[in-house]
Structures are given as structure tokens and as C-alpha cells.
Design a protein around this ligand. Structure first.
Ligand code: SER
Length: 316
């Protein structure tokens, strides 16, 4: 029987992933875990276990006790936060991954999902329609950890036959739970401010285009990748995935279609340099070919849903 453990279930992706995995496979097949004492509000009626992914023994015990088969490892420090705590970011992002990969190597679990990011790319990478295989010289702590992690995933697959699958997520846009510590977070914050105050100050410059994706697409991609036949998975580092690409200015224009008086100004901070080092759009042909990936949300659809659904009390 399938038994899924989601590590980092309190985060932006984890919360929605637990909900969707429960829909698909039944609540009894999913265990949510995070480092916090209490389960996130949205997961109140789901099984929740407090877990620090760096506690290898605790993780092993849980996996054995619950007969876990699949792990989705989402606990990590994101790009902006990692710049302020480089050593800890490296430890969490890498040792957490090793703890999970080792469980698969020891055949205690069957399958691993681990998220990579557009942050694996750097200033020397071709910026537009960045290909699956290209120059990768990341300049952030987060990007370095994701790049190394991708190589370790491929290594564990090639050397030990570990079934680990991965996606290079773009910036993710969602309303159920807040993002924490990323460079692309502006594209979520802006909706809360638009709805509550009718204006927003962007920490990225107006013309900085970044690859983004609506969460529903990202969750569907994640589960489709994990459920695809093993023989379809040809990339064991991580798959490029593309949703939409836009600049803060273009996003503001799209919001103005709904809130004509919406005002935006720009006060770029240290996150601008991170954003400037990343691609502006992604070529995901390989994911399309290998496991049939297709996005569903364009910018206008994202903006309509977000303005309708964000609940400003979550942030303010
Ligand atoms: N959204 C992430 C970040 O900004 C990218 O993976 O850090």
C-alpha cells in the first residue's frame, strides 16, 4: 500500500501538496510533517507528525513505524533567507536530502520527490527559454545547494538505483499558504496588497522577468511526474518546467484590469541581484516529451483567481 510522507508540509508547496495527495490517494495514505509543534490550520484534520529532517534517527523511526513508501521532501531554506544563513542553508538543504536519499538506498522507501529550482541557473546561463541542459553557474547559496542536490539525486539513481524524481520549480503563486523567504515572493505579496491597500512596493525592478507558475499547475506536475512510469523518467537531475513569464510591471498591468486604480512603485533590494542572475523564461520541452507535462494557467487566469481568492487576513 502507498504511504506518503510529506516533509515540510507547513510550507507554501507542502500544504497544498498534502491536500491534493489526500484527494488522490485517500487521507489515510498521507502523513504531513514539519518542524513546528502544530499542524498548519489547513491540515487540521490530517495526520501530522512533528519532524526535523536533520534528525536522521527520528526520520528513520517514523518511516519504519508508518511503513512509508514515498517521501516528498520540501523542507528547505529558499533563496533570500539562505543568503542570510549560508551555512545553515547548506546543512538543511543538503543533509536533509542525504537523510532521505539514504532511506531509499537502504530500500526502506520506494520513491523520492525532491524539488530543485530555476536558481540552479546563473548569470552565464542563456536567459531566454533556458534549455534543460545548459551552463549552470549559480551565484546564490540556495542555487548552489540545488545544483549540488541535483547531481546527488542523479548519482544515487545511477549508482544505487534510487527512484528519485525532481522538478526545477519556477516562482510559485498561490493563495492557500504564504511563501517564505524566496525572491519570487513579490508575485504573491502583490495580490494581498492590491486587495487590501490598492498599491504595492515591489522589491524587484519593474523590468525583471522571471519564470512563474500557478500552484495548481505545480502540484499537478509534481504528482504527474511521481506517478509516471519509471521508464519515462529520463532526467534524474531535475526537469525544467515552464508556466508563465512576466515582469513586475506586466503583473501590475494585469492587476489593473481588475483594479483600475492599483498603484505600484519599485524599491529593489538585495533580492534584485538574485533575480537578475536567474533566467527570464524556461524551455520545458523535455518534460513535455518524457511525461506529457502541459501547463493550464496563463497570466490572466492566475490574476483573476488570485484576486478572487487571496484573503488579506492571512498576511496582515
Ligand atoms: N521561489 C524560489 C525562490 O525565490 C525559487 O525556487 O527562492
Amino acid at each position: 500500500m502507498k504511504k506518503i510522507l510529506v516533509i515540510g508540509a507547513g510550507g507554501q508547496i507542502g500544504t497544498e501538496l498534502v491536500l491534493e495527495l489526500s484527494n488522490r490517494f485517500g487521507k489515510d495514505s498521507v502523513i504531513a510533517s514539519d518542524i513546528k509543534d502544530d499542524s498548519p490550520e489547513l491540515l487540521k484534520d490530517h495526520k501530522y507528525v512533528k519532524l526535523n529532517v536533520l534528525d536522521k534517527e527520528g526520520l528513520n523511526d517514523l518511516v519504519e513505524k508508518e511503513s512509508v513508501t514515498d517521501i516528498y521532501l520540501l523542507a528547505a531554506l529558499l533563496s533570500a533567507t539562505a543568503e542570510n544563513q549560508p551555512k545553515f542553508a547548506w546543512e538543511l538543504n543538503m543533509d536533509g536530502l542525504f537523510n532521505v536519499l539514504d532511506l531509499a538506498k537502504e530500500e526502506k522507501i520506494k520513491k523520492v520527490f525532491w524539488p530543485s529550482s530555476i536558481a540552479v541557473f546563473g548569470p552565464s546561463t542563456p536567459k531566454d527559454k533556458t534549455p534543460q541542459q545548459t551552463v549552470m553557474e549559480p551565484t546564490t547559496v540556495y542555487g548552489i545547494s540545488k545544483q549540488a542536490g541535483e547531481q546527488w539525486c542523479a548519482y544515487y539513481h545511477n549508482k544505487y538505483g534510487v527512484d528519485v524524481r525532481s522538478i526545477r520549480y519556477p516562482g510559485l503563486i498561490s493563495y492557500s499558504s504564504l511563501p517564505g523567504g524566496g525572491t519570487t515572493d513579490y508575485a504573491v505579496d502583490i495580490f494581498y496588497h492590491a486587495k487590501e491597500y490598492g498599491k504595492y512596493t515591489s522589491f524587484l525592478d519593474k523590468d525583471t522577468a522571471l519564470p512563474m507558475m500557478y500552484m495548481e499547475d505545480a502540484i499537478r506536475a509534481t504528482i504527474e511526474l511521481m506517478e509516471a512510469p519509471e521508464s519515462n523518467i529520463k532526467v534524474r537531475t531535475s526537469y525544467n518546467l515552464s508556466g508563465v513569464s512576466f515582469t513586475p510591471k506586466q503583473l501590475a498591468e494585469a492587476i489593473k484590469q481588475h483594479i483600475p486604480d492599483f498603484g505600484i512603485d519599485y524599491a529593489p533590494d538585495y533580492r534584485q541581484a538574485i533575480a537578475a542572475s536567474w533566467p527570464s523564461s524556461i524551455d520545458d520541452q523535455v518534460a513535455k516529451n518524457d511525461w506529457g507535462w502541459e501547463k493550464r494557467y496563463d497570466l490572466n487566469k492566475i490574476v483573476s483567481v488570485m484576486l478572487e481568492k487571496v484573503n488579506p487576513t492571512l498576511l496582515f
